[in-house]
Write a protein that binds this ligand. Structure first.
Ligand code: SF4
Ligand code: SF4
Length: 389
């Protein structure tokens, strides 16, 4: 029987421009230039169209939760009104029985106390992009004049952490910079009282490798292993949750779950561009100019219509289309070929292992061995495995 595909939520490109110009940004700097033909911000007309489509989807699918992730570009470039109108309209149009989760992913530069007040009053959770606490760690996160974004982002984080209007502390999204010390980074993030961190591998494809990256090395695994050791051995109950590690552990222990960094799954987030275009996973923009274009728009297509588009269909089925090397790999049940974008080249399409294959294999093996050792130790000491995580 075919597994039903569930749309978990929509990533809304509410602004197609950004006040930063990060070197590794797949929106602007990895080959796709289609943002130039997008409206700079999402209009209210597009908002109404997409909410009507979500209403129909929720009524027909029986889903109990749905997520809106406000994204860009930089989503704080649209005014307060956008979010106030959006949530008001969503409350009017969407079934009250559905739990709607709102999140905004911002670079934090504009995150003032007033913004925290507005977002908090609307129940919008905040994720902030930051690659560490030093200029070196953030050297790829510069503005359009080549100036550092670090101090403005740190001020944004401080505003969010001290705001009395926010129900949830902000999470952090960090692109890994293997030149910085992971032991030091872990301590610094903890001292900032960060509770949720998602570490990402820099985006790239086999045709367009990340700056300074070499396929045969495992510098990212080496870095992540040091970070893992810090985290795994930290007995503090308030230690940060690190999504990457939680998901690997979950999969090693036989858990379910769709994590796009580990091959994704049947359940997806769709992208809605500022003009209402429906697109797959936005980092696929790194595969070439116009790569994510589907010629589908929420003004004339239902959300599920997009499942018929070859690229979106491929994303949904990505775990079933692994290359021979992945199919025969000892860690495939955890890795699933890695993140779909990292599998691509123009010659073979997605019929490749991840550019981070060696890193993923080494990291997953390492974590598996640590978990195995711990489970043997805990069974001898009559300790439950989950007391350690
Ligand atoms: S802040 Fe985000 S959207 Fe803006 S340039 Fe940097 S990575 Fe791209
Ligand atoms: S470790 Fe490499 S070969 Fe194994 S599943 Fe992941 S990408 Fe494929």
């Amino acid at each position: 029987m075919k597994t039903k595909v569930i749309i978990r939520g929509l990533v809304l490109k509410v602004a197609s421009r950004c006040n930063l110009n990060c070197e590794y940004c797949y929106m602007y700097n990895l080959g796709d230039k289609t943002y130039k033909s997008q409206p700079k911000v999402m209009s209210q007309e597009v908002v109404i169209h997409l909410l009507m489509r979500v209403k129909t989807y929720l009524t027909e699918s029986g889903s109990k939760t749905f997520a809106f992730i406000f994204h860009g570009g930089e989503p704080l470039l649209v005014g307060y009104d956008f979010y106030q109108n959006f949530v008001r309209k969503a409350n009017e149009l969407l079934p009250a029985s559905i739990q709607i989760i709102y999140t905004i992913q911002t670079n934090g530069v504009l995150l003032s106390d007033e913004w925290c007040k507005v977002l908090g009053s609307l129940g919008i959770r905040i994720g902030i992009s930051l690659d560490g606490l030093s200029e070196e760690a953030n050297r790829f996160r510069l503005d359009h004049h080549g100036r550092s974004s670090l101090s403005a982002t740190l001020q944004g984080i401080a505003n969010a952490q001290t705001s009395k209007h926010l129900k949830y502390l902000p999470g952090i999204l960090s692109v890994i910079n293997p030149n910085i010390n992971p032991d030091d980074l872990y301590k610094k993030y903890k001292s900032l009282k960060i509770r949720h961190i998602n570490f990402l591998l820099p985006d790239g494809t086999h045709d367009n490798l990340p700056t300074g990256f070499e396929l045969e090395q495992t510098i990212f695994a080496d870095w992540l292993i040091k970070l893992f050791d810090n985290w795994f051995e930290d007995q503090d109950r308030d230690k940060p949750q690190i999504t990457f590690f939680n998901q690997i552990l979950n999969k090693i222990l036989g858990g379910e779950g769709d994590f796009e960094y580990l091959g994704g799954g049947k359940n997806i987030n769709l992208i809605i561009e500022t003009n209402g275009d429906i697109e797959p996973q936005d980092s696929l923009k790194a595969c070439g100019n116009g790569f994510t274009k589907t010629n589908m728009n929420i003004s004339n297509h239902a959300l599920e219509d997009s499942f018929k588009h070859p690229l979106i269909k491929f994303c949904i089925d990505s775990q079933e289309t692994l290359c021979g090397q992945c199919q025969n790999c000892s860690v495939v049940e955890v890795c699933n070929g890695g993140f779909i974008t990292h599998r691509y080249d123009a010659k073979n399409g997605f019929n490749n292992p991840s550019i981070y294959c060696k890193d993923l294999e080494r990291l997953i093996h390492y974590i598996s061995i640590r978990v195995e050792y711990l489970l043997i130790y805990s069974s001898n000491k009559n300790i439950k495995g989950n007391e350690f995580f």
